[in-house]
Design a protein around this ligand. Structure first.
Ligand SMILES: NC(=O)c1ccc[n+]([C@@H]2O[C@H](COP(=O)([O-])OP(=O)(O)OC[C@H]3O[C@@H](n4cnc5c(N)ncnc54)[C@H](OP(=O)(O)O)[C@@H]3O)[C@@H](O)[C@H]2O)c1
Length: 214
């Protein structure tokens, strides 16, 4: 049976992926996170195990990834580059190849026009650190998929299109977390899909100078 590691398992997208995996697959899950109290432990099934740990701690992560087949990283923070470096090293140490990595729109300065300018102004150094993290992943020999979502919403909809490639002009301004979770789940179900790919995700028809709610 496949075992999936979810890093940052209490993250908002990760918490949407978890029930989708329970429903659509028979995979086991290793939920890795710094604050297990953020998960509803009563709801966990016997297919899930929780390991408390930090994604920037090599020894903790290396031990947690034992017997894991695929890693889905839903991480954040100003030390995201260090986390990326640690994830690559810990996966290498366990001979794991497949990684799904959530990043952000704009890290390759691929968002065109007025929205691109607005995005650069608002996100600033976040883009530089997220780009540095993505560079650690793309420079590795892992079978990665980097996902660059548009501005995230909590709309109850699955509605997305992809832009493929780091240098392809980004489309749209927003996408729902549920849509990103759907795409992550599809990748986990079909791990040979979109390998070594760098994918932008947005909701079709949401082009504009900034997200609609701003
Ligand atoms: N908001 C937007 O519009 C937008 C757009 C595009 C991309 N993104 C990015 O998409 C990603 C996923 O989004 P989301 O909404 O699911 O984010 P989220 O809810 O903030 O989840 C990120 C998770 O990362 C965990 N984390 C941070 N540092 C960690 C570490 N060192 N070790 C282990 N876990 C760590 C956090 O856990 P604790 O802090 O609880 O430990 C948190 O649960 C984020 O990186 C976000 O920045 C956001």
């Amino acid at each position: 049976m496949t075992k999936i590691a979810i890093l940052g398992a209490a993250g908002q997208i990760a918490q949407l992926v978890e029930p989708m995996l329970l429903k659509n697959t028979d995979a086991k899950m290793m939920l890795y996170l710094r604050h297990p109290n953020k998960l509803n432990q009563n709801k966990l099934t016997d297919r899930e195990e929780v390991i408390k740990g930090d994604a920037s701690n090599f020894n903790e992560l290396k031990a947690a990834l034992k017997d894991v087949d695929l890693v889905y990283a839903n991480l954040a923070g100003s030390n995201i580059e260090e986390q990326a470096e640690t994830v690559v090293k810990a996966m290498d140490a366990n001979h794991i190849k497949r990684l799904i990595w959530i990043s952000s729109l704009g890290i390759y300065d691929e968002v065109p026009g007025k929205f691109g300018e607005w995005n650069r102004n608002i996100l600033g150094s976040y883009l530089t650190t997220y780009r540095a993290a993505a560079d650690k992943i793309t420079a590795s020999d892992l079978d990665y998929t980097i996902i660059r979502p548009a501005w995230l919403t909590n709309k109850n909809e699955i509605n997305y299109e992809k832009t493929i490639g780091a240098n392809t002009p980004f489309k749209g301004t927003e996408v729902s977390r549920l849509s990103v979770a759907d795409y992550v789940t599809k990748l986990i179900e079909n791990p040979e899909k979109d390998v070594k790919a760098n994918i932008g995700l947005d909701k079709e028809g949401t082009d504009g100078n900034k997200p609609a709610w701003y």
